[in-house]
Design a protein around this ligand. Structure first.
Ligand SMILES: Cc1cc2nc3c(=O)[nH]c(=O)nc-3n(C[C@H](O)[C@H](O)[C@H](O)COP(=O)(O)OP(=O)(O)OC[C@H]3O[C@@H](n4cnc5c(N)ncnc54)[C@H](O)[C@@H]3O)c2cc1C
Length: 311
């Protein structure tokens, strides 16, 4: 049996946490490997978090600017784009970012391994590659930077064709006319502004009394004002009671929300046929730490890194 390749340190996960750790350790003269389970480096930040959402938001801002500028809309023309159209633009930004980050590892001679890492003992890892083959690596120290994933409550069916979370929304292929966003934290507000900017009827359900309550009141009020002004429906201080999601993709999905003793229904009326979509992203516990490293290492990692899910 061939001996497992040994490194001074192995970093698991190539998001901003893992990248920073790997670069720091490599520059300190250690022989470092970084393991990534996806097919390219960058982590959630590059592929399904910060970068895609900012690229989408930027594209929507440009569309709004174009539509409001008399220079371009002389003949009362207006530009209409869909979420999947602008997603194409986001992909080019993601590709650029991925190439840039890949260059960091190449330049610093940090070994890059693709596959899913799993501890088998205190100093050894198994890496399962996409073709199913398994390699073993050993190291003196480990950095676990496996990130987080969105919180999925057990009573919400995320396999439903009209229910998404903040990661899976990037797979939305059609053009929704109405969307409910449950959870008005930074990410919820960001996606609400993106969809509203694309002229999608948007309900934003906030479990707190005001938007982004950690901000100064003036800023929170200003955000609410601009959202209301754009035609968004903000439902502060409401929490979900029940979700109605018929299996047929053409049927409306509705959410029953509760406010103090009052029950309000943020749903289409019975006659309404517009299919509705729900993105689930509550502010609290919106992302939970990834538990992809099935066995718990008994060796102490140098540090465990997971950056907060909101800025
Ligand atoms: C929509 C959205 C918008 C955001 N906007 C911002 C923003 O504007 N500003 C900001 O600062 N933050 C923002 N964030 C948060 C930011 O993306 C995260 O805080 C950041 O990505 C966390 O970095 P990380 O390195 O801890 O984990 P991640 O970036 O999640 O990286 C973890 C990596 O580990 C890999 N991995 C997991 N398990 C294994 C395994 N067993 N083996 C091998 N690899 C594994 C994963 O594939 C992934 O590539 C946003 C997040 C979202 C979802």
């Amino acid at each position: 049996m061939s001996r497992a390749k040994h490194f001074d340190a192995i970093v698991i996960g190539s998001g901003p946490g893992g990248e920073g750790a790997a670069m720091g350790l490599t520059k300190a003269g250690l022989n470092v490997a970084i393991i990534e389970k996806e097919s390219s480096v960058g982590g959630g930040c590059t592929h399904w978090g910060t970068i895609p959402s900012k690229a989408l938001r930027h594209a929507v801002s440009r569309i709004i600017e174009f539509n409001n500028n008399p220079l371009f809309c002389g003949n009362n023309t207006s530009l209409h784009s869909t979420f999947s159209n602008i997603l194409g633009h986001a992909k080019t930004v993601i590709d650029k970012q991925t190439r840039l980050r890949q260059g960091f590892y190449d330049r610093n001679e940090c070994t890059l391994l693709f596959g899913t890492a799993r501890f088998i003992d205190t100093h050894s890892l198994e890496v399962t590659k996409s073709d199913g083959t398994i390699d073993t690596y050993t190291a003196d120290k480990f950095v676990i930077a496996t990130g987080s994933r969105p919180y999925r409550p057990a009573d919400v069916d995320f396999n439903h064709p009209r229910i998404y979370d903040s990661d899976s929304i990037l797979s939305l292929e059609h053009d929704p006319r109405h969307i409910i966003i449950y959870g008005a934290g930074v990410i919820g507000c960001e996606y609400a502004s993106i969809f509203r900017g694309l002229d999608v009827k948007t309900d934003l359900i906030n479990t707190r009394e005001r938007l982004l309550a950690f901000l100064d009141n003036e800023m929170s009020d200003s955000l609410s004002y601009h959202f209301w002004n754009s035609g968004m429906m903000i439902r502060n201080d409401e929490t979900y009671a029940r979700l109605k999601a018929p299996k047929t993709a053409s049927s409306s999905t509705s959410i029953l929300v509760r406010k103090c003793a009052r029950i309000a229904c943020c749903t289409p009326t019975a006659e309404r046929v517009t299919p509705m979509h729900l993105i689930w992203m509550p502010l609290d516990s919106s992302r939970i730490l990834a538990d992809s490293l099935k066995s718990t290492p008994t060796t102490k990692p140098i540090l465990t890194m997971s950056m907060p899910s909101v800025m």
